[in-house]
Design a protein around this ligand. Structure first.
Ligand code: MN
Length: 403
């Protein structure tokens, strides 16, 4: 019997990966390559009708419902007064419906992070940005704003694509070399905001902003909804700290290995000292050598970094999945993060060595976020066992059962 009969034939996942040198509607006719060369990290880009016909990924009522959830990161930002008397209030979720102002009240907004974890339509929106490394992706945030609502003039250390999905929002942006943050406010508002450019975005319009550009977006002409696809720029200190933490764990593991003889400090050359309080220089060198060895262990740093970068956010938990039936494809769970480097595959904070055909197929899963039944039929027993395990963990799902 042909194990593949009766399964829907799916388009090859390559169709889902944008062509890097073709003009893209999403980027206003620029190709992804052009965009990365001309705008990424450099200059804002306004694209009218980047996503023509875009629908809000959820209704206002569904968004408020989501903001009530314990496991969802949500915020309510309210502005009272204008100009010199202006004051801002921030409440962190979960946001019970009764804590929200009446709909007719202007100048408030609800923001929900990580929408892609909850909604396939949000995941589909993110898929359009797969020409940017996933290791940089933070999340898809959605904001609903009452008339006049916004979070005030501010800047982020993010590359962000602001996608208008409902109603209209006026964006004002400016480079701010001398931005002063207003003290004593729960939100970071720029006191001396000087907008240089201003646009009103309608559904389907998109504004890309590089990090450090001050921006202010208000709902105009009634309520509106905006999606933000954010790419975070980790600091070098954060990456150093996080990789060192994981390298330290690996050192402990090595120590615990049975039969391994740990290198122990020896000082047969130590002379009698009149300064018993002084730390011997040899001991310092010995420690430095140990540290260098840990850092220079082939692949160790890459592994620690990959584990960190693929770690799910603290709020993410996975439900145990169904077994993987024979003859079907797999798709990554919306919350899963699958990355790779030259020698490893990283999935949700864990690392595996992978080479040759196994590495190839797992990299393909990372890039396309799915493998079809034909590709699955060709995987090795090792990869199949791994995918079955990931299926049990709820990290991947059978593709056929999702239609
Ligand atoms: Mn922002």
């Amino acid at each position: 019997m042909n194990p593949l009969s009766g399964l829907p034939l799916r388009q090859h996942p390559d169709a889902a990966v944008p062509s890097l040198d073709q003009p893209a509607v999403l980027l206003g006719g620029l190709s992804p390559s052009d965009f990365m060369q001309q705008h990424w990290q450099r200059a804002p880009l306004l694209v009218r009708q980047a996503l023509p016909g875009v629908q809000p990924p959820l209704t206002r009522a569904e968004l408020f419902k989501l903001a009530e959830g314990e496991e969802v990161e949500s915020r309510l930002v309210t502005r009272r007064g204008r100009g010199a008397d202006e004051s801002w209030q921030l409440e962190r979720g979960p946001l019970a419906r009764r804590r929200l102002p009446p709909l007719k009240q202007p100048d408030w907004t609800v923001l929900v992070q990580g929408l892609e974890q909850h909604l396939p339509s949000a995941q589909a929106m993110l898929a359009q940005f797969r020409f940017i490394p996933q290791a940089r992706l933070d999340d898809l945030m959605i904001s609903w704003a009452a008339e006049g609502g916004g979070v005030g003039p501010h800047f982020d250390s993010y590359d962000v694509f602001l996608i208008q999905v409902q109603g209209q929002r006026r964006w004002r942006i400016g480079r701010m070399a001398d931005a002063r943050i207003r003290p004593d406010l729960p939100v970071k508002i720029i006191e001396n905001f000087q907008p240089e450019q201003e646009w009103v975005l309608s559904p389907g319009d998109m504004l890309y902003l590089p990090p450090g550009w001050a921006h202010d977006g208000d709902a105009v002409d009634g309520e509106c909804m905006t999606c933000s696809v954010g790419f975070r720029s980790p600091s070098q200190a954060e990456l150093a700290r996080e990789t060192l933490l994981r390298l330290a764990d690996a050192v402990e593991d090595d120590d615990a290995q049975e039969g391994a003889r740990p290198a122990v400090y020896a000082d047969p050359g130590q002379t009698a000292t009149a300064e018993p309080g002084r730390i011997p220089a040899g001991l310092v060198r010995f420690a430095a050598d140990g540290l260098r060895r840990v850092l220079e262990e082939p692949g160790a740093l890459e592994r620690a970094l990959g584990e960190y970068l693929s770690e799910p956010k603290p709020s993410v938990s996975f439900a145990f999945g169904d077994p993987l039936p024979a003859g079907c494809g797999v798709v990554l769970d919306a919350r899963s993060c699958l990355l790779y480097d030259e020698h490893h595959i990283f999935m949700n904070g864990d690392a595996w060595h992978a080479a040759d055909a196994d590495a190839q197929v797992l990299r393909r899963l990372a890039d396309a976020r799915q493998l079809d039944a034909v590709e699955m039929a060709a995987v090795s027993d090792v990869v199949r066992a791994l995918l079955e395990q990931w299926c049990d963990d709820g990290w991947v799902h059978p593709l056929a059962s999702r239609g």
